[in-house]
Structure formats: structure tokens, C-alpha cells
Design a binder for this molecule. Structure first.
Ligand code: 4AD
Length: 462
């Protein structure tokens, strides 16, 4: 049959066609078009070939019939081959379904790049049953799938929505450096490297740089990769993640909390208002109900009340002797306990006023309650902490003392210290992990699914 098929040659029709992307298909119904893309799904039935074509902008059912479906190229077509197809887009009659309710009736097609079949076929590489490490190696192919690409599309929409919210709120975007010589969140998670013979690090947070922009640019934000040499394998830790950070001047801790609430709600509402993105979000939630936008105000919970809440609800912490016990004030609440509490409460929580011992050196103390800091973690169901923020120390001597307590040399921080010398001001800010926000928004089990090419302990490829 294949030998016979080789004899069937169909010349490209000379009729004019408009080259379109799949996203433009609806507005080109009834017209003759030319589309390029990848064979996403393939079915041969009753002498016809049904191709779901994918070009990243959408999916289009294309139907090859008659002699076109008997050609060698049609009979040997494989998933993920690239093709160009010409024909007319027709709305489907009631009762038939295809993406966007229409299909391309092809009059000609040609193969641009043929993908292998057999053992090397695409589905053998990205089989969902494969073990996680095989799938991680095949991430470059996995992202072609409907789930992974939906996550990446929502991610793009979320980023542009953040930028729009920041424009509304009057913050200016800056792009701080990735290569730095100062730590922000503790020495244990620093990635170091040799910088022309000097010790340098990949940035853990752009916070200190954002603080220096306040006198020059006013309130600022950045979207920058942050790097953490995390030793622990968890659902929510990456070695590189996209960090949305902002810093604001002349505000109170209450103002800061309200700003974070406004930013999150505005950004999420805008994403949900886009019907195409809403459809992707609903798709990713599958049968597990639907995403519910958070309602304002978010719950405020003092750290000490959280400790009491955990104990009242029987959520224990692992003891050093292996025996679980009650939480005590001073504990850095562990990930599992934090998530249990957030899931039980079932709504966003601003966990505030952490003890100074478990928080970063730069956080300002609560006036009159100096053992505690003006700090906040925003906790979301299913993920836990997605934002960490605080007011910053703005007194020079207090900051110098804090370097000492932390055991870090003030020398490389001269530029940060100068902010307290040349016109200090009350200010605060926060960092939001984009992948964690996505895990919450898209009901993903791990942040690894929310990064284009995730990096975690031992994984730096593809
Ligand atoms: O709480 P963190 O460490 O705070 C800071 O870095 C501050 N300097 C930010 C600031 O105030 N400008 O990190 C902030 C957020 C966390 O809430 C979490 O969402 C995310 O960054 N994050 C991570 N996300 C993925 N993988 C990791 N290893 C992360 N570490 C922190």
C-alpha cells in the first residue's frame, strides 16, 4: 500500500492563501489560509486523516480527505512532525467538536520536518508513566504537552498582569544585578563563584539594591531570578526561581500589608478576567473544582497566636529526640505544619511579627516589643509561604549592630549602609516567589511544574 502511495503526487494549488497563526483562525473562517505547525494529535479513520495542529498559539483540527489522505506523507505521518497545510476553515455543525468549533478542510499539505516513529517516537520519550527523572531529562519535550504549556501561558499572563498592577500602583521597574558580593538571606544558601579572582555570589534577593533606588526613583519593583543553594528536596524549593520584589518608601507596616493585598488581588483578578487564560486555569484545575479568587481583607495572624493555634489543633513539631511535641514561641514553624494550618484555615493568611532570632538581620523591630519584627509571610492554601516581607531598619547604629550580631562584615555593605546616612526613611518591601504563586493558582503539586526549566538540588539540565 505504501509503495502505491508513493505514486500519488498532489501539486500545491495555485489559489492564493493567507499565512496565519492558529490564534487568527476564527477571524479567517471561510477564507483560504496556510498554517504551519506541529502534529499534536493524529487519527486515521474511514480513509481520512485528522490532525490536531499546534503552533503554540492554539490548536486547529485539520482534515485531509480523498487522495490527500492516501499520499505516502499522510500514511506515514507521525506525532510532532512539522507540516504546512493549506485549505479553508469551516465552522463545525452542531454536535461535532474540535478546538474553537471549527476545522481546516485541507486541499494540500507538506511535511517540513518528519519526527521519528517506532522506538524513538515522541510518546515513548514523554510517557506520563515514566519515572520523574526521565521526565525531567525530557523537559524540553514535556513542555510541548497541554498541561505544561498551559502553565507556561498562564505564567506569561501573570507576569504581564503584575507589571500592569505595578504601573497602576506607581512603582517603577528596575533590573538589579545577578552577580553580587553581599548576602541577604543567610550564608548557608549562597551559590558562590570566582569573579575575576574575587569571591562573588549569585543573588539571593534584589532587596538591598531596590532599597538604594528609593531616593532616586521612588517606589520600585523588579522581576529577577534569585538563586538559593537549598539542601532540602521539597515541593516548594527551587535552586533558581523568579522573584517578584518591591520596595516602598515612607509607609507603615500596615500600609505595606495593604499594598501586598492590593497587588495580589488586582493581579489575580486581571488574569481571571481574560477568558482565554481563565479557560487554561479551569483546564489545569481539572475535576478538582475551580480556582477561587481570594477575598479581601486577608486574615492577619500574629506569630504568637499561630503557635497557640498549632497547639490547639494538635499540629506538632518533630523533636530532636524523634518524639513530636508542641510548638513553642521561638520556633521557626516547619513547612509541613505551616501548610497544615493554612489548608485548615483555607484562605490567605498574613502571618506577622516573627521573633527577631528567626528572621533576617535587616528587619525592623516592633516599637515597644523589640524581641519581635515588623515582618510578614503571606501563606496560601496548598503551598504555604508565597511572600516574605518586612519593614527595614532605618537607623544607622541599629543596622551596624545587626551586622555584628549576624556575624557579617559591614565592609561589602558600605553602599547599603549609606542609605541610613544620606537621608534615611521608614521603608519596607517584600519578595514573592512566582512559581509558588503559580502552584497555588494552578493547583500544581510542586513548583517544579511552574518553571520553564526548573533547577533543584543536583538538577541543572536541560
Ligand atoms: O522569604 P524570602 O527569603 O525573602 C527575601 O528574599 C526578601 N529579601 C525579599 C524582600 O523582602 N525583597 O523569599 C521571598 C519569597 C518566599 O516567600 C518564596 O515565595 C520565594 O521567595 N522563595 C523561593 N521560591 C522557590 N524556591 C526557593 N528556594 C525559594 N526561596 C524563597
Amino acid at each position: 500500500k505504501l509503495e502505491e502511495a508513493k505514486a500519488i503526487v498532489i501539486d500545491e494549488p495555485t489559489d492564493a492563501s493567507t499565512k496565519i497563526k492558529v490564534r487568527q483562525a476564527v477571524e479567517h473562517r471561510g477564507k483560504r489560509v496556510r498554517v504551519f505547525g506541529w502534529v499534536h494529535r493524529l487519527r486515521q479513520q474511514g480513509g481520512m486523516t485528522f490532525v490536531i495542529l499546534r503552533d503554540g498559539t492554539g490548536y486547529l483540527q485539520c482534515v485531509l480527505s480523498g487522495r490527500l489522505s492516501q499520499t505516502y506523507d499522510a500514511l506515514t505521518l507521525t506525532l510532532e512532525s512539522t507540516v504546512q497545510i493549506t485549505g479553508v476553515i469551516n465552522q463545525l455543525p452542531e454536535g461535532k467538536t474540535a478546538p474553537d468549533g471549527h476545522e481546516l478542510t485541507a486541499d494540500w499539505f507538506s511535511v517540513v520536518g518528519k519526527a521519528p516513529g517506532g522506538d524513538d517516537a515522541f510518546l515513548n520519550k514523554v510517557n506520563e508513566d515514566a519515572d520523574p527523572s526521565t521526565l525531567a531529562d525530557a523537559r524540553h519535550l514535556v513542555i510541548r504537552g497541554e498541561n505544561a504549556s498551559a502553565v507556561l501561558k498562564v505564567r506569561a499572563a501573570l507576569l504581564s498582569s503584575f507589571r500592569e498592577s505595578y504601573a497602576n500602583l506607581g512603582l517603577l521597574e528596575v533590573t538589579p544585578p545577578c552577580m553580587v558580593q553581599t548576602q541577604v538571606e543567610g550564608g548557608s544558601t549562597l551559590f558562590g563563584f570566582d569573579y575575576y579572582g574575587q569571591e562573588a555570589y549569585l543573588t539571593q534577593s534584589s532587596q538591598l539594591y531596590l532599597e538604594t533606588c528609593l531616593p532616586s526613583l521612588g517606589d520600585v519593583f523588579c522581576v529577577q531570578e534569585s538563586f538559593r543553594a537549598e539542601k532540602s528536596h521539597t515541593r516548594r524549593h527551587l535552586s533558581e526561581y523568579t522573584h517578584v520584589e518591591a520596595e516602598l518608601a515612607f509607609l507603615t507596616f500596615q500600609d505595606l500589608l495593604e499594598h501586598i493585598e492590593e497587588l495580589i488581588c488586582q493581579t489575580i483578578d486581571r488574569v481571571l478576567a481574560d477568558p482565554k487564560i481563565k479557560e487554561l486555569i479551569d483546564f489545569l484545575w481539572g475535576g478538582n473544582g475551580k480556582f477561587e479568587a481570594p477575598s479581601r481583607p486577608f486574615m492577619r495572624m500574629d506569630y504568637r497566636d499561630a503557635i497557640q493555634w498549632l497547639n490547639e489543633h494538635g499540629i506538632t513539631r518533630p523533636g530532636e529526640d524523634g518524639v513530636d511535641g508542641p510548638h513553642v514561641v521561638g520556633d521557626d514553624i516547619a513547612e509541613a505544619a505551616e501548610r497544615k494550618m493554612t489548608d485548615m484555615i483555607g484562605r490567605p493568611i498574613f502571618l506577622i511579627n516573627f521573633p527577631k532570632e528567626i528572621k533576617s538581620f535587616y528587619m525592623s523591630r516592633i516599637p515597644g516589643d523589640e524581641g519581635y519584627t515588623e515582618s510578614v509571610d503571606l501563606l496560601m492554601p496548598n503551598v504555604g509561604e508565597i511572600v516574605g516581607g518586612s519593614m527595614r531598619m532605618n537607623d544607622l547604629d541599629e543596622l551596624l549592630a545587626a551586622y555584628k550580631t549576624e556575624g557579617i562584615s559591614p565592609d561589602p555593605y558600605f553602599w547599603y549602609t549609606d542609605q541610613r546616612k544620606y537621608g534615611t526613611c521608614p521603608h519596607g518591601g517584600y519578595g514573592l516567589g512566582l512559581e509558588r504563586l503559580l502552584a497555588w493558582l494552578l493547583n500544581r503539586y510542586t513548583v517544579r511544574e511552574c518553571s520553564l526549566y526548573p533547577r533543584w538540588t543536583g538538577r541543572c539540565t536541560p
